[in-house]
Design a protein around this ligand. Structure first.
Ligand code: CAA
Length: 379
């Protein structure tokens, strides 16, 4: 699909693909098995500019666009979905809202370190009682003098155990419900900010997912992100971008399944010939490739719209829904093509399936994606 890309975008894709093959692939399996957070890889990705792809140079970014960002996340996820989601959660869920909603002072304070990868970011919205129903959060923020005092706990926070900066959503006027939520930028070293339980997950095992606890956590008044009580919109608009990142991650997983299944089917011989010569295998591969292209085009469209500053809520939801379902389907087919070997831990396909499943869940379940799409087309 390179014919749809600019020269700069192709260069980004090729550079990240080379980096991922050389640096990520050799350690991806071991990192996943031992649940090792890929700190050095993230540092090296930062040196390539991947922690601030789509943000201006004046804030430490490399000033490319969101199609370039999509391509970078896909290439990282081709070899390791955990690296892909680490970069995606940092960029989409922390850098992006600070860039879009922050005051100039907040941008100057946080973006250069985040975009250069000196610091890692995360976002804390989800709570035990507020998953799909994100407006049901109970964390509070009360203004006392010139400080906001945060109290509450958040769960399932991607990058939670490693992040230096967190965009946190809290109730500033609980009686106003969804219209009483505000967003804040919080530094990890603020007293009262604690990293809680580290989650043990089915997949994306080398990414960090934790609980975050805020106990009388006092942050400067100026760290309010966006307008007071307009935080729910900040969350929703941030998640629109996040969903493009997750779609890109899912594309990387799907491509891994396709490429490795093609290679395996050419090498594996049964009935006196490579299984690639069997129509049953060819049809599975044809379906995988066709569905991948459909998902890629949807993700490309959403990325392009975001780059152009046009509305893309529906397109982002469609892209995430389609790409995540394609990733799971491609992983199941990759296991089937690999036969008994596909079920074994020694081969990649079972890992791809475990990694793919979360893309149907986080940053909005696919049931919520269908809700977003249907409410958009039925207005
Ligand atoms: N852009 C701008 N505004 C938006 C918006 C969007 N995409 N979506 C909603 N809004 C606005 C609405 O216009 C409305 O504003 P007005 O009252 O001014 O009209 C307001 O927000 C409330 O909207 P709804 O009435 O539609 O809100 P709702 O409570 O019914 O929720 C929802 C809608 C789509 C179900 C939403 O709650 C949602 O997206 N839920 C999923 C949450 C989610 O994705 N969680 C993942 C968290 S991150 C994560 O996974 C962890 C991680 O670290 C990776």
């Amino acid at each position: 699909m390179d014919y749809l890309l600019t020269e700069d975008q192709v260069m980004m894709k090729d550079t990240v693909a080379k980096f991922a093959k050389q640096v990520i692939e050799p350690v991806a399996r071991e990192n996943q098995e031992k649940e090792i957070y890929p700190k050095e890889i993230i540092q090296q990705a930062a040196e390539l500019g991947l922690m601030g792809v789509a943000y201006p140079e004046e804030y430490g970014g490399v000033e490319m666009d969101f199609v370039s960002y999509m391509l970078a996340i896909e290439e990282l996820s081709r070899y390791c979905a955990s690296v892909g989601v680490t970069v995606s959660a940092h960029s989409s869920l922390c850098v992006d809202p600070i860039f879009r909603f922050g005051t100039e002072e907040l941008k100057q304070k946080y973006l250069p370190d985040l975009c250069s990868g000196e610091k890692l970011g995360c976002m804390a919205l989800t709570e035990p009682g507020a998953g799909s129903d994100a407006s049901g959060i109970k964390t509070t923020a009360k203004l006392e003098g010139d400080k906001w005092i945060l109290n509450g706990s958040k769960i399932f926070i991607t990058n939670g155990g490693e992040a230096d900066v967190c965009v946190v959503f809290a109730m500033t006027e609980p009686e106003k419900k969804v219209k009483g939520i505000s967003a804040f930028v919080v530094d990890k070293d603020t007293p009262g900010y604690t990293i809680g339980k580290h989650e043990e997950k089915m997949g994306i095992k080398s990414s960090s997912t934790t609980e975050l606890v805020f106990q009388d956590c006092a942050i400067p008044k100026e760290n309010l992100l966006g307008e007071l009580n307009k935080g729910f919109k900040v969350a929703m608009m941030t998640l629109d971008g996040g969903r493009v990142g997750i779609a890109s991650q899912a594309l990387g997983i799907a491509r891994a399944c396709i490429e490795e299944s093609i290679q395996y089917s050419k090498e594996r011989e049964q009935f006196g010939k490579p299984i690639a010569a069997l129509q049953a295998i060819q049809w599975m591969l044809a379906d995988m490739a066709t569905e991948y292209d459909a998902a890629w085009l949807l993700t490309y469209r959403a990325s392009l719209l975001k780059s152009q500053g046009k509305p893309y809520t529906k397109e982002a939801a469609m892209a995430k829904m389609k790409a995540s379902e394609v990733a799971v389907d491609c992983a199941l087919k990759a296991i089937q093509i690999h036969g008994g070997y596909g079920y074994m831990r020694e081969y990649n396909p079972e890992r791809y399936l475990r990694d793919a499943i979360i893309t149907k869940i986080y940053e909005g379940t696919n049931e919520i994606m269908r809700l977003v799409v249907s409410s958009s087309i039925m207005k």
